[in-house]
Write a protein that binds this ligand. Structure first.
Ligand SMILES: [Zn+2]
Length: 83
């Protein structure tokens, strides 16, 4: 790959240019960051669903509470796997 600043050829494995010292974000880093963020969103949604499930349970809707709660647990689990 080429350095975005000085245009010289550099290894794609390094995170900064050895010619001009420019640091740049590699695509894999960006992807990893995005995955982490999505994981957090999934975990937040899962937590919210578990809370809603608890509220529904307290209001007597046991079947719906179980379904919503299970979805929340699943989402939280997926979110944790993404990190
Ligand atoms: Zn450079």
């Amino acid at each position: 790959m080429k350095c975005p600043k000085c245009g010289k050829n550099i290894s794609s494995k390094v995170s900064c240019c050895k010619h001009c010292g420019t640091r740049f974000v590699r695509k894999s880093d960006k992807l990893a960051k995005k995955m982490t963020m999505d994981g957090r969103i999934a975990m937040a949604c899962g937590g919210l669903l578990m809370f809603i499930g608890l509220v529904v349970f307290l209001n007597g809707g046991r079947l719906w509470a179980a379904i919503i709660f299970a979805l929340g647990v699943l989402l939280t689990f997926i979110g944790k796997k993404m990190r």
